[in-house]
Design a protein around this ligand. Sequence first.
Ligand code: HPA
Length: 272
Amino acid sequence: MLTLQEKLSATTTYLKNKGIGDVDIALILGSGLGELAEEVTDTVIVPYSEIPHFPVSTVVGHAGQLVYGTLSGKKVLAMQGRFHYYEGNPMDVVIYPVRVFAKMGVESLLVTNAAGGVNEAFHAGDLMLITDHINFIGENPLMGANDDEIGPRFPDMSEAYTKGYQDLAREVAKTLGVTLQEGVYLANSGPSYETPAEIRMARVLGASAVGMSTVPEVIAAAHAGMKVLGISCITNLAAGMQSELNHAEVVATTERVKEDFKRLVKAILEKM
Ligand code: HPA
């Protein structure tokens, strides 16, 4: 059986041979937000299914490919579609792409997602800067043997979301006139949405938004010493705050706000 480092080497060698060179920023594009990758120029596109040891995504609204190229003057490597725990993926699969980025020497990660608004001042369609997270998934992606080549056994999570990037995002949003809410993102495993009682609990715990992703990838990024910027698209108000929840609304909201989202992310990338 191959070791993790042997798998990572095979994956990164394959990507390098495909023409993926230096990367300034890796992007993980969440539900409905993958369209940003269509604006990348001088692209190398590699479907996940062709990449050795890379998992394959199954969720509607996720394209399932890596897009490398130039965006806002930066060399980016974008994941169009991510791997969720609720799909039945073990955690090491969920975070494998982040480990690939780290192995390639990528130092910055911009991660996005669709989330339910818990903060009563939020509206569907708001964008939210993630200032911190709460891992409520019930598992930590770093459980098991630690690979010291990647990072320490007990990684510090004091600044999982890089403060300098947060300042930059606030500043850029202000310049563009885009309202940027901010708060703590709480991740549940999904795939069921939360109950109203769980949302009241999340609010008491200090969460402003809830979702089913991002936290594993950010823990893996912090483990590898990467700098992280996180942005949520508040696609709906969370359970109990509106009459019902459904995936169609999540998709419709990302569709409605994607222009602002893309404008904001591109302007931030320019200055990262
Ligand atoms: N809960 C969890 N995940 C989500 C939600 C939600 O309300 N909206 C979009 N992703």
